[in-house]
Design a protein. Structure first.
Lengths: 193, 131
């Protein structure tokens, strides 16, 4: 059930239906779950909803939690699947400033829309961020999930496979294509590093 | 198949790590209250039943169908195949030992049943009063 004996005790109580114990478990994990879901959906409101949904799903499935994996991994798995489900349901990519703001054209404008920076021109930090988020938004939810789990949260292939309920081969394949796509989209930014 | 090298990827990765950051949770207690509110509404989680209700319902329906098929099709066919030799006992004769008793024997027309009619006895004693 994890290395923390206090957490193990809380889990046992929560599995018996003790909501006060579950409340403490939420407090222990809410921040990391929120950040994890945000990394996949890139939207604060959705991430907040997904965090709540993760804990509600966890509560329902708690009697079936057998403790073979740490509780935090189990929660993260639920959160990842909920995030992927949300993206699939909506069939939309995460919002980015590129899509929601910078690329909008004001009908009253007399000037042409601003173009991406000329090659060689130095990009400011906010622009680089927009470009990175825009490139990430192009990926499918499954590809975003493997990038987050591998490159940001540093999980091993085996852990990611367990996490997503797929084979290690599938993880490697998804990671390969996701990396390739990001690399293609962001190669020109390498000059800025 | 690998058309990008590790150094190139290291640069992309550092861009991702630097710019794909997540904001902190602004009102963390809000999560607790919303989740607890919802789970209070839904009630205590329950272990999955060993025999779920739907499974029991289908089992019942299957059992009734089987019983119906047996009683309407299979059992009448079996009964039709029975011969006289399957009877457990056979009445050969009836005779009363007591003069107050009269015993009559009636055979069914198809000879598959016999009725023994006893008059003058309030009960039949255990010892062989009627043979």
């Amino acid at each position: 059930m994890g290395d923390d004996p206090e957490e193990a005790r809380l889990l046992v109580r929560a599995q018996r239906g003790d909501t006060a114990a579950f409340d403490k478990l939420i407090t222990l994990h809410r921040e990391r779950i929120y950040m994890h879901t945000f990394q996949i959906v890139r939207n604060e409101e959705d991430a907040l909803d997904l965090t709540q949904e993760t804990f509600i799903r966890a509560w329902k499935s708690l009697p079936r939690f057998d403790g073979t994996a740490p509780f935090s991994s189990w929660l993260h798995r639920i959160a990842t699947n909920a995030s992927i489900d949300l993206c699939r349901r909506r069939r939309v990519r995460p919002q980015t400033e590129i899509e929601s703001g910078a690329m909008k054209i004001d009908p009253a404008s007399r000037t042409t829309p601003s173009r991406p920076e000329e090659p060689g021109a130095s990009l400011d930090r906010a622009e680089i961020r927009r470009r990175v988020e825009g490139a990430f938004a192009v990926l499918s939810p499954e590809h975003r999930a493997v990038i987050v789990l591998k490159e940001i949260e540093d999980l091993s292939y085996e852990e990611i496979a367990r996490h997503l309920g797929c084979s290690m081969g599938t993880v490697m394949s998804r990671l390969f294509y996701a990396r390739k796509k990001l690399q293609t989209l962001l190669r020109d930014l390498h000059e800025e590093l | 198949m690998r058309n990008f090298d590790e150094t190139d990827w290291a640069k992309t990765k550092s861009l991702l790590r630097e710019h794909l950051t997540a904001p902190g949770l602004e009102h963390p207690d809000f999560v607790n209250s919303r989740v607890l509110e919802e789970i209070e509404r839904q009630g205590k989680p329950s272990r999955p039943a060993a025999f779920p209700l739907r499974w029991l319902a289908w089992s019942g329906i299957a059992a009734l169908l089987t019983a119906g098929v047996l009683t309407t099709i299979v059992l009448p066919q079996q009964a039709g195949r029975r011969g006289d030799t399957e009877f457990i006992s056979q009445v050969i004769a009836a005779r009363a030992e007591s003069p107050q008793l009269s015993v009559s024997e009636f055979r069914a027309p198809d000879k598959r049943g016999v009725v023994i009619w006893i008059e003058g006895a309030e009960y039949i004693p255990a010892e062989n009063s009627v043979r």
